[in-house]
Write a protein that binds this ligand. Structure first.
Ligand SMILES: Nc1nc2c(ncn2[C@@H]2O[C@H](COP(=O)(O)OP(=O)(O)O)[C@@H](O)[C@H]2O)c(=O)[nH]1
Ligand SMILES: [Mg+2]
Length: 449
């Protein structure tokens, strides 16, 4: 899925991501290519415009320039924006209602409603451990009700028995009764579709909705229809207030325009995608995972991590400022320990010391114990916010609590407290020019062993 867009973005970004430096023209060209790729993927013009407008200031601004690896940073910026456009954190199905809660599936004929009703039921059963009743309100298409019944029976799902010639509203009432009697938590209504939206269809759905009082009104839309699916969603929403979207046939969608335009254009989140004809070909929609797939770079995750590590350097600078001001706390220290572990060595944190001339050499000779870092991290994590800001309050009973929380012994805690005190004292001295620069005093170094 989304192969076309993936191929294009991969081409554009892999050229840029290796560049050791990027000038404004290169970035501009890259953005223009991304714009074209999105348009070719049938993403709506308004969404594309906003996409480029949002990343532009970041891409040609400080974030790229200050970054140690501008190409990778650009990948991260594009990735973040993709996640944003796809719906940010993503939204879960809303099931917070007095049971039986109703879910109403609407959409055009052939969009995949009946198949989706069954897929969704299986998904809810598995992930939310709820008892479900399905009911078909499609009294127009021959054998539509039987289709749902057969699918449900095949998949061990409860389905409302068919009574011939009953109106949709009456079936809805019957479903509510049956659900109450059988103790079902959720009713999923599969409704009739038309080949296009018409007044009769909307009136019928409105009436059904008034009877069913659904907590979720979900449009099932065929992603292969691209912008038509998005327009359809807007129209349905205007008429009957949707709560969410399920996109089907995403397995065959090489472009991805509907998925990328839906949230921003309609304001409604995509909650699931159908990715095949089988009952299990159904996935919770995760914007971040999809953005990963779309960027199509197996190494994107590590790239992004690397990029955010670059951002950590800014936090390190802030810690350095605190250090100089003498307001260095255990929170700053924790951040340093983590950075240090990432960088795979003690040098990182000590490179913060003003004037690091001989530090590296000293460190290598001193054999600092990396395990101690992990213990120190556990200790700081077991401290309260207050204790991290003001370690002087750590009394006997607090120390005992920290011991238990971190799985260390009082000795290790004392050593960390002593080390921290010494460090901040020394930092203050150094920043005031009262201590020799470019050298770590032996007493501190010994404490790190
Ligand atoms: N490839 C693929 N086919 C699907 C998907 N969802 C539904 N279909 C197929 O689309 C056709 C119509 O589905 P149906 O549920 O009957 O649509 P309805 O008219 O909206 O109820 C069936 O052949 C389904 O197997 C999907 O996510 N991927
Ligand atoms: Mg159907």
């Amino acid at each position: 899925m989304f192969e076309n867009l993936t191929n294009k973005l991969e081409g554009i970004l892999s050229k840029l991501k290796k560049a050791p430096s990027l000038n404004e023209t290169q970035v501009e060209t890259g953005l223009k290519e991304i714009r074209e790729a999105l348009l070719a993927a049938d993403v709506s013009l308004a969404v594309v415009k906003k996409f480029i407008e949002d990343i532009k200031p970041k891409a040609i601004g400080q974030e790229i320039i200050r970054s140690t690896s501008p190409g990778q940073m650009l990948v991260k910026i594009v990735y973040d924006q993709l996640v944003q456009v796809l719906g940010g954190k993503g939204e879960e199905l809303n099931l917070k209602a007095v049971p039986p809660a109703s879910i109403l599936l609407v959409g055009l004929q052939g969009s995949g409603k009946t198949t989706t009703a069954v897929k969704l039921a299986k998904n809810i059963e598995k992930n939310y451990k709820k008892k479900i009743l399905l009911a078909s309100l499609d009294v127009y298409r021959p054998a539509a009700q039987e289709q749902l019944k057969i699918l449900c029976e095949k998949n061990n799902l409860n389905v409302l028995p068919i009574i011939k010639d009953q109106y949709p509203i009456d079936i809805t009432k019957r479903a509510k009764n049956a659900a109450s009697l059988s103790g079902a938590d959720i009713i999923i209504y599969d409704t009739a579709g038309r080949t296009q939206i018409d007044l009769n269809m909307m009136t019928e759905i409105k009436n059904i909705k008034a009877e069913a009082l659904p907590i979720e009104t979900i449009l099932v839309a065929d992603s292969l229809t691209g912008q038509i699916a998005v327009k359809l969603a807007s129209e349905f929403d205007k008429a009957i207030d949707l709560t969410s979207i399920i996109l089907t046939r995403v397995d065959g969608d090489g472009r991805g325009g509907a998925a990328l335009s839906m949230k921003q254009t309609t304001g409604k989140p995509i909650k699931f995608i159908g990715v095949g004809e089988n009952i299990n070909d159904f996935e919770t929609f995760h914007p971040d995972r999809l953005a990963n797939r779309i960027l199509g770079m197996g190494d994107i995750v590590s790239l992004v991590e690397k990029a955010s590590q670059d951002l950590d350097e800014e936090k390190m600078k802030a810690a350095e400022e605190n250090l100089k001001k003498g307001t260095f706390t255990f929170d700053d220290y924790l951040m340093q320990i983590r950075q240090m572990k990432k960088m795979g060595g003690m040098e990182g944190v000590l490179s913060l010391l003003p004037g690091v001339g001989k530090v590296k050499e000293q460190m290598q000779n001193a054999n600092v114990d990396e395990k101690l870092l992990t213990a120190n991290e556990a200790i700081i994590l077991s401290m309260t916010k207050k204790e991290r800001q003001n370690p002087d309050i750590i009394s006997g009973s607090r120390r005992k609590r920290i011991c238990l929380g971190s799985g260390t012994d009082p000795q290790t805690i004392n050593r960390l407290l002593k080390q921290f005190k010494m460090m901040s004292k020394m930092m203050k001295k150094m920043s005031k020019g009262k201590a020799p620069k470019g050298q770590i005093p032996d007493e501190l170094l010994n404490n790190l062993k």
